[in-house]
Design a protein around this ligand. Structure first.
Ligand code: NAD
Length: 375
């Protein structure tokens, strides 16, 4: 007995990640997996098929998944992949069901048990499976790197025979996983860093990473550790405090997000107009529309003397490390359900129950256990 695991080559434009890396293969085999991958799955991160030992490569993706007990991917697969899967098989990937209605419909029709990586609960026990966090940490790091390449100045203070140059001022807005990593990176590079978030509990985290915290007097903690949307009055109060910090910054990194909502606008056109000449905004919330009113998702633009960089799918730009961490996240999730060469899903396990999106033809509510629903 063994568990047939198939890994897809990503097909969405600009997606460079792959859901399997060579270091994870032996670990999965130890759990009882037999591995198959689509030919060229690692091409985008310069991993040839020959770099994966003990994996069978198959060119035809329909043939690849038709025999699989488990299919692994990064992005939601094409409908034809679901059609070719065995009824009752397991799929692990990001889904974002709100944007993928047809796909979810097909998952239900084929009775696929789908674990959506974005649904992994944000609890300590699930940290090793938390792909949102692993990918966001890389995003936070890279946001600073992108910012420095667009700035015409350096971040640290340096002293030369010709005189001293003071450190750059970096403001990080939105202190979730990406924002905190951005603070740590900018601080390591010698910048003077400020952090801001509507969740007051982030103040301590910002301070521990070497930043100061911009206090606005507005606390907007929402459900499950996420932020809620601000009222018009709260927005005005926040803007009044933030303007002078925005205008003093050389580099601003924005990462603010509210689950299921467009990105909150933290920087207005008027605030951009008042920024220092040569300043740079790196808006990594571009996927949700961006945190700056001037942001054009996927583009780098000049607004007056300010550069606004708004990359999409940032983890994919660091495909090698992003794939390594993502593959380990998926391995850790699989390890919860693979034992003695078979798959046994314990629906009493909070991590599996909350991550499941569909099972046995039913949608799994975030707060209910699929077993109860199926029964
Ligand atoms: N295992 C764990 O315990 C674990 C792991 C990861 C994350 N978390 C928690 O999950 C939560 C979400 O983290 P995330 O990185 O996914 O966040 P996220 O991507 O949902 O949002 C990024 C940040 O934007 C902030 N934000 C939203 N609206 C804002 C506004 N108007 N102005 C300023 N900031 C605003 C949020 O408070 C958040 O800190 C956090 O509480 C984090 O600590 C817990």
């Amino acid at each position: 007995m063994y568990v047939n695991v198939a890994v897809l080559k990503e097909t969405q434009p600009h997606e460079r990640r792959v859901a399997m890396v060579p270091s994870v293969v032996p670990r999965l085999i130890k759990l009882g997996a037999r591995l198959h991958m689509e030919c060229g799955a690692g091409d985008a991160i310069k991993l040839g098929d020959a770099d994966f030992k003990d994996v069978a490569f198959i060119a035809d993706r329909r043939a690849l998944v038709s025999d699989a007990d488990v299919v692994l991917a990064v992005q939601p697969p094409a409908l034809e992949v679901i059609d070719a899967m065995k009824e009752g098989a397991i799929l692990l990937c990001f889904i974002y069901a709100g944007k993928e209605k047809a796909l979810v419909h097909r998952l239900l029709e084929k009775k696929i048990t789908c674990f959506a990586m974005e649904r992994v609960p944000r609890i300590s026990r699930a940290q090793a499976m938390d792909a949102l966090s692993s990918q966001s940490a890389l995003t936070g790091y890279y946001a600073v790197q992108l910012g420095t390449t667009h700035l015409a100045r350096i971040l640290p203070k340096i002293t030369s025979a010709a005189g001293a140059i003071g450190p750059a001022k970096v403001l990080v807005m939105g202190l979730g996983v990406a924002g905190l990593e951005a603070i740590a990176t900018a601080h390591r590079l010698g910048a003077v860093v400020e952090g801001y978030d509507v969740r007051q509990e982030t103040e301590e985290q910002a301070l521990s990473l070497g930043a100061t915290f911009v206090e606005t007097g507005v606390d907007a903690r929402g459900k499950g550790g996420y932020a809620r949307e601000l009222s018009a009055e709260e927005k005005a109060k926040v803007a009044a405090v933030l303007t002078k910090h925005i205008q003093a910054a050389d580099l601003i990194i924005t990462t603010a997000a509210i689950p299921g909502r467009p990105s909150p606008k933290l920087i207005s056109k008027a605030q951009v107009a008042g920024m220092k000449a040569g300043a740079v905004i790196v808006d990594v919330s571009a996927e949700g529309g961006g945190n700056c009113e001037d942001t054009k998702p996927g583009e780098t633009i000049e607004v007056g003397a300010v550069t606004i960089v708004a990359p999409l799918n940032v983890p994919s730009l660091l495909g090698e490390d992003a794939s390594e961490l993502y593959a380990k996240n998926q391995y850790n999730l699989l390890a919860l359900m693979m034992k003695d060469n078979i798959i046994t899903i314990d629906w009493k396990d909070e991590v599996l129950a909350k991550t499941a999106l569909t099972h046995a033809g039913k949608l799994c509510d975030e707060d209910s256990k699929p077993a109860a629903k199926v029964a």
